[in-house]
Structures are given as structure tokens and as C-alpha cells.
Design a protein around this ligand. Structure first.
Ligand code: SF4
Ligand code: SF4
Length: 125
């Protein structure tokens, strides 16, 4: 990640087709427990090339999309433990194994500080 979706989400699916990284999965197809729309952290690129992340630009619900940690090697254990506890369902590659940050890092917005990420603060643009 990346970004994550909270239980404030109303499962309207407006964000699903907008994601340039095809990182968002409709609640009905979520790979984790529950039926909330889900962001695949191993795919999200935080829309680094856009002024506003596409998902939050179309989301009608304040607080439904929040910051999570960068999907980079220093946060490998964070995502590994989240994957093991079921918070995330990170894709498993046939030869590379689970696609954790140490296998494939993703771009992230360096302008977003760790305070916001640790607090899972809502995206605001
Ligand atoms: S920030 Fe961009 S890449 Fe990440 S889930 Fe939202 S739309 Fe997709
Ligand atoms: S646009 Fe917002 S409310 Fe709608 S599914 Fe996506 S995160 Fe949930």
C-alpha cells in the first residue's frame, strides 16, 4: 500500500474501475474476511503520477479511504504479519512466492508522512 479501505465504505464500487493499477477489488470478491471493497497493497501505486489518487477522487464517503504504510522493503515485516493474520491477502507468485515488498516494491508518495500513515488518516486532497 499504499492506501486501505475502512468500514465506512458503502461498497458503491465507484473506485474499482478508476484505479490505474487494478488494485481495488469489489466487496463481493474480497480475498479477505468480510465483504468490504479491498485494496491490494502489492498493486497500489498511490497514484504517484496524479495530483489526486483516483480512488479518493470518486469516493463519496469521507474517511472510507485511508493511508497505510509504503509498500517498500523497510515495511516487509509489517505486510508479512498482516498477510499472516488475514488483514491482507497478498498474491502468491508461482516461483517468487508471496509478493511482499522485499520481492517487489511499489511506488509511494514521499510527501505523506509517517504520522498520517501510522494513524491511518483519511486521504485529503
Ligand atoms: S491510490 Fe491509486 S493505485 Fe492506489 S488504490 Fe487508489 S486508485 Fe488504485
Ligand atoms: S468509492 Fe469509496 S465508498 Fe465506494 S467502494 Fe470505493 S472506497 Fe467504498
Amino acid at each position: 500500500m499504499s492506501v486501505m479501505i475502512t468500514d465506512l465504505c458503502i461498497n458503491c464500487d465507484a473506485c474499482v474501475d478508476e484505479c490505474p493499477a487494478t488494485a481495488i477489488v469489489s466487496g463481493a470478491d474480497s480475498p479477505v474476511d468480510g465483504d468490504l471493497t479491498y485494496v491490494r497493497p502489492e498493486k497500489c501505486i498511490e497514484c504517484v503520477d496524479c495530483s489526486v489518487p483516483k480512488c479518493v477522487d470518486v469516493c463519496p464517503t469521507d474517511g472510507a479511504i485511508v493511508w497505510d504504510m509504503p509498500f517498500t522493503a523497510p515495511f516487509n515485516d509489517y505486510y508479512k504479519s498482516g498477510h499472516e493474520s488475514g488483514v491482507y491477502a497478498i498474491r502468491e507468485h508461482k516461483s517468487k512466492g508471496v509478493m511482499l515488498p522485499e520481492v517487489a516494491e511499489r511506488p509511494f508518495r514521499e510527501s505523506i508522512g509517517m504520522e498520517l500513515r501510522n494513524a491511518h488518516a483519511p486521504l485529503e486532497f
